[in-house]
Design a binder for this molecule. Structure first.
Ligand code: F6R
Length: 594
């Protein structure tokens, strides 16, 4: 989950590394550090805390260096456990992302050979292994070192008095940025966008060498290979806050564009995947966190539009489930495409003989290598740890898939699809209307700021939206909150309702509306403050302490609009509470550990 950046060239390595690391801080922010190659050694600066805690630092001038921002796995956050690591001789330095499963055995062997360790991390073994095997050529040494490793790694190594960066990857992302008289390497694209849009993605088992003027790559058999050069259409402005106080707020406001971009070229004909060639009698949707909530909404959408039964699984559970229930078609949803559990679930699904499709936002991310088909959401880079615009665009793709499936199995006629497409086309405008209500939503949040427990309730397709609203509030505002299907409260949680327990209720005018009104009446009778989000209704307004009305859309499309309101609620509540919105405590954007 850590962020890595490496640079070799003449643009002032210190600044490049610090800027790159700031762009990667969403991957981990408990410690950070840089190593800069000098003629007589390697300058190292590392510290517990965020990148800003590294500053002000005076990094000596140099042309080549590596940097790291950490999310602790082995060893607590501390100055000692921060990357980069130098070995005993000080000739080499490394940064690493991933987990080396057999590090304890290797560490013991190295200690016996006289190596002295300064940290509790698994990563530090890498630099000592390099020292142990080095016979004059860092590239060959890296080849020897990775033969010893079990586990996942993206590793970058530098050597005293050399402008080379040698890197290797296995199951952890690593991308090379191709510059002019400079080259870069990083765990994620945002770190290199200031320098180039041309990249090469490394494959598992690859080793590469970068100098300012040359990039060479070898595959796992040691054969020189050319990896395709890919043009990235993200800009460096996409990765900046652009005047917004937080990335999360910027990303919430980017949703009209993200929806538009994800629909672009897909509304007349959606031909990303030929579903006719797959057995889609039953569909399984697998993912984690917010992406799992998208899967839950997706189940309602697909069952409604295509009448195909869907099963949803959390990736971390699916992997250990009984393989007896064979579902021929499996959809994996992952914003980052790097979530370890979802990737493992994709492998498991393949093992079970299923056809697999990934919905992801990150081009060439690890999951794209594991599946038969990929559909990209076009949300642009999402830097805030809390997923916002990517959830919305995952739903957009699920609507498109459901319509296509509905057409294929004749549940939908062309004219029905046309109507739905028109609804999708109108969504960006509706989202803008809600964004314009941000100040009002901020004021409503006064009721949430001091609460210790908050319930989110909804029914049918908006039940998963209630789950998502509760997750967002927990994650960034640190308030305990729970999402419930409204009909379930009376089966237990009612015992918790008091005048200090606000309930955010989602009510849209579908076939559950009347039942929901009844549920809200029961909650109101217990004295809980009620904030309602949904369609305009006199009766509902009377029952609610506050009411946020969404533009009128068919209930099937309401999750996108309701969720924008819940995102703004979480944001404003977190802001009023002074929380670290873009980097909530203990979290990281891509969860690459299982
Ligand atoms: C919550 C959040 C996480 C992610 C989850 C899966 O705001 O962002 O719950 O949704 O870690 O991540 P991806 O979608 O990258 O697989």
């Amino acid at each position: 989950m850590c962020g890595i950046v490496g640079y070799t060239g003449k643009s002032g390595v210190g600044k490049v590394l610090l800027k790159g690391l700031k762009r990667l801080e969403y991957r981990g922010y408990d410690s950070a550090g840089v190593a800069v190659v000098q003629n007589d050694g390697i300058y190292l600066q590392k510290k517990k805390g965020m990148i800003k805690d590294l500053e002000p630092i005076t990094i000596p001038s140099g042309n080549t260096g590596i940097g790291h921002t950490r999310w602790a796995t082995h060893g607590k956050p501390s100055d000692e456990n921060a990357h980069p690591f130098k070995g005993c001789s000080g000739e080499f330095a490394i940064v690493h992302n991933g987990i080396i499963d057999n590090f304890i055995t290797i560490k013991e062997e190295l200690i016996e050979k006289g190596h002295e360790f300064s940290s509790e991390t698994d990563s530090e073994i890498l630099v000592h292994l390099i020292e142990e095997y080095h016979e004059g050529n860092l590239l060959q040494t890296m080849g020897e070192v990775i033969k010893k490793l079990r586990g996942s790694y993206a590793v970058c190594a530098v050597q005293r008095d050399s402008d080379r960066i040698v890197v290797a990857r296995n199951q952890s992302p690593l991308v090379i940025g191709i510059g002019v008289e400079e080259n870069l390497v990083a765990s994620d694209i945002p770190a290199i966008l200031d320098h180039t849009n041309e990249v090469k993605y490394l494959e598992d088992g690859d080793i590469a060498e970068l100098t300012p003027s040359r990039i060479r790559i070898w595959d796992r058999k040691g054969v020189p290979v050319e990896r395709e050069t890919v043009e990235i259409d993200w800009t460096h402005e996409d990765a900046e806050k652009s005047g917004y106080e937080h990335y999360m707020l910027k990303e919430i406001y980017e949703q009209p564009k993200a929806i538009h971009d994800s629909l672009l070229g897909r509304l007349v004909e959606f031909d990303d995947v030929d579903f006719n060639s797959y057995d889609t009698r039953h569909i399984r949707l697998i993912s984690c966190g917010t992406s799992y909530h998208a899967a839950l909404v997706g189940k309602y959408i697909i069952e409604e539009l295509a009448a195909i039964p869907c099963t949803t699984d959390l990736a971390s559970e699916y992997r250990y489930s009984s393989p007896s229930d064979l579902t021929p078609f499996t959809i994996l949803i992952s914003q980052s495409g790097e979530t370890a559990d979802t990737i493992a679930a994709a492998r498991e699904a393949k093992q079970r003989g299923c056809k697999t499709l990934a919905i992801t936002n990150v081009m060439n991310s690890s999951i794209t290598r594991e599946v038969d088909e990929v559909i990209y959401t076009q949300a642009g880079p999402e830097i805030g740890v809390a997923a916002t615009k990517t959830f919305t665009t995952q739903l957009i793709v699920l609507y498109l898939i459901a319509m296509e499936l509905g057409l294929n199995n004749k549940r939908l006629l062309r004219e029905n699809v046309q109507e739905y497409r028109d609804e999708l086309r109108r969504l960006p405008r509706h989202v803008k209307v809600l964004l314009d209500q941000s100040d009002y939503i901020r004021d409503v949040c006064d009721k949430l700021v001091t609460a210790e427990d908050i319930f989110f309730v909804g029914r049918n397709i908006n039940y998963p939206v209630a789950l998502e609203g509760a997750l967002k509030l927990k994650e960034i505002a640190y308030i305990h909150s729970a999402g419930y299907p409204a009909g379930e409260l009376k089966h237990g949680p009612f015992a918790l309702l008091t005048e200090r327990t606000p309930v955010v209720s989602i009510l849209v005018k579908d076939h559950t509306f009347e039942k929901m009104l009844g549920n809200i009446g029961e909650i109101a009778a217990r004295g809980s403050p009620i904030i309602s989000v949904g369609d305009e209704d006199r009766e509902l307004e009377k029952l609610s302490d506050d009411m946020i009305v969404i533009p009128s859309v068919p209930p099937l499309f309401s999750p996108i609009l309701v969720n924008v309101v819940l995102q703004l609620m979480a944001y404003h509540t977190a802001r009023k509470r002074g929380c670290s919105i873009d980097k909530p405590r203990n979290l990281a954007k891509s969860v690459t550990v299982e």
